[in-house]
Design a protein around this ligand. Sequence first.
Ligand SMILES: Nc1ncnc2c1ncn2[C@@H]1O[C@H](COP(=O)(O)OP(=O)(O)O)[C@@H](O)[C@H]1O
Ligand SMILES: [Mg+2]
Length: 297
Amino acid sequence: MKLIYMAGKGGVGKSVCSAASGIWMADQGKETLVFSMDPAHSLSDIFDIDLGSRPKKIREHLYAYEPDLGQEASGFYRRYKSILSALFGLFEVEVRPDDFGSLPGVSELIFMDKLNDIYVEKGYDYVVIDSAPTAMVLPLLQLPSITTGFITRVLGMRSRWMGVLDLLEPGFGDRILQEVRTMRQKAETMREALLDPNIAAITVVTIPEKAAVEESRRLIETVQSHGVSVASIIINHVIPDCDCRFCQEKKVSQSSYIDDLYQNYSNKNIVILPDYGGEVKGEGLVQVARDLYCSAP
Ligand SMILES: Nc1ncnc2c1ncn2[C@@H]1O[C@H](COP(=O)(O)OP(=O)(O)O)[C@@H](O)[C@H]1O
Ligand SMILES: [Mg+2]
């Protein structure tokens, strides 16, 4: 199974590129899942199909899945209630199950858990991950250290509190530790998958504008400092040839950023995606797929 991870800031076209990549892989006869890790799901809109909270077949060989964060968060809360109450009790914060999904890091943890299920089942040839806007680093890379932080805290309280927890219910303390270890193992499995260039290809989507190019550069540096290499860059919204003054001026400003990207990342696969002049969805994705995968290198 191969993972294709689309990263980049908000609004640059990650979801459109994920959906189009899914169509391309599926048209090559590969069983493909497009998986949304962005709490603000947009695959339903882009594919123009109502996606439920399980993987849904939307085309020959193609499935799409937007986990329902609210539903998953309450399931997750029930499953890990013992750890969570121990941890939040530790911080003296009261958390209601309904609020749990919006706590920092929790959506990543839940999506990682779902992605891990899909990854270990090995039911697809390709999983395209449509990620949430990434500021600096991919959450999947950080999760193991976040869960390690949990473990350290739980272990830290072990000597003082585990005995007390065990008095409440024999084995309760050890069960908490076991559950945290399982969570960490899943996070570690997904991190290792992402680090393995034979399994994962990370694509950074950007647009030829100063702020976006700067942010992509920082993202690529940070990701690479974690030992993960970025395989491809998609430069989206590139103005096609046109004689009007507006387009010509915009093209001049875009060209300097495009040249910079080619110069700085000559070792990466760089793909130019034109601006289509309007929202891209439904059957329009077939053209995007061709532009992404059939264009001359
Ligand atoms: N090349 C393009 N030409 C025209 N519109 C585009 C293009 N790429 C993306 N869009 C539009 O831009 C908006 C944001 O794209 P989206 O893929 O949802 O971004 P992200 O997932 O990075 O937030 C959508 O309305 C989409 O249809
Ligand atoms: Mg998106």
